[in-house]
Ligand binder design. Structure first.
Ligand code: SAM
Length: 224
């Protein structure tokens, strides 16, 4: 195990990358994730891309510092544009908003091939991400990470072309997370209930119909 340390959030994402993978880290910024994977001998090669020049300069510096230029290539490019030429088996997108992640995935036919693995850590709009993925991708693993007083959901899915319908609660919290009921899940559940209760108060004060949100809170309380 290398001494190179990364955040718990990125470490969880890295744990879902398959041994011997050709991995693409989209929106890599500092390239910590591919560097960590390469130093631990986990991958065949990596591609670290970012839409901005600054992050790729940072990534290049870090890659050189660890002498990994032969294993990790970099490129300034948006999303999954021209990803076919890299032909990654595992695609990581961490630390971006969920709506942007969906936009990036939607615009790439490459990801819809059997065996392609997606490892995603949306910062927002997790429901929209799971909704999009429920058409064509099955969940291999998912987890919730608590770090720096924040909760992060990390998803690992693979393409099979089938429909995998989810309830609204499953889209928000994750079917596997609900089954696994980790301590982090309980934290996420409680904070979700608190947020919805606040919304309920607001709706109620404004004289709006609160039946839907009351029902959602009731369903969430059952998961405790
Ligand atoms: C908050 S950083 C996340 C860095 C790293 N993936 C992580 O999770 O620690 C988001 C990065 O995504 C990049 N980015 C934003 N939109 C992008 C897009 N459409 N395609 C590729 N990279 C993008 C930004 O330049 C930034 O470096």
């Amino acid at each position: 195990m290398s001494e190179f340390k990364i955040s718990k959030r990125l470490c969880t994402a890295a744990s879902y990358v398959r041994d011997g993978a050709v991995v693409a880290d989209i929106g890599t910024d500092h390239a910590y994730l591919p560097i960590y994977l390469a130093l631990n001998g986990k991958i065949k090669s990596a591609y670290a891309s970012d839409i901005n020049v600054g992050p790729i300069m940072r990534a290049k510096e870090n890659i050189e510092k660890y002498g990994l230029g032969n294993l990790i290539t970099t490129e300034v490019v948006g999303g999954l544009d021209n990803i076919e030429k890299i032909a990654p088996s595992d695609i990581v997108i961490c630390g971006m908003g969920g709506e942007l992640i969906v936009k990036i995935l939607e615009s790439s036919p490459y990801i819809r091939q059997k065996g392609i693995r997606l490892i995603l850590q949306p910062m927002t709009h997790i429901k929209e991400v799971r909704e999009y993925l429920s058409n064509g991708f099955f969940t291999i693993a998912e987890n919730i990470v608590y770090e720096d007083e924040k909760l992060y959901q990390v998803l690992c899915l693979q393409y099979d072309g089938e429909l995998h319908p989810l309830t609204d609660i499953e889209k928000e919290l994750g079917k596997m997370n609900i089954e696994n009921k980790t301590d982090e899940f309980m934290l996420l559940l409680n904070s979700t209930i608190v947020k919805k209760q606040k919304r309920l108060e607001g709706l109620s004060l404004g004289g709006y119909d609160t039946r839907k949100i009351e029902e959602e809170i009731k369903e969430l309380e059952k998961l405790k």
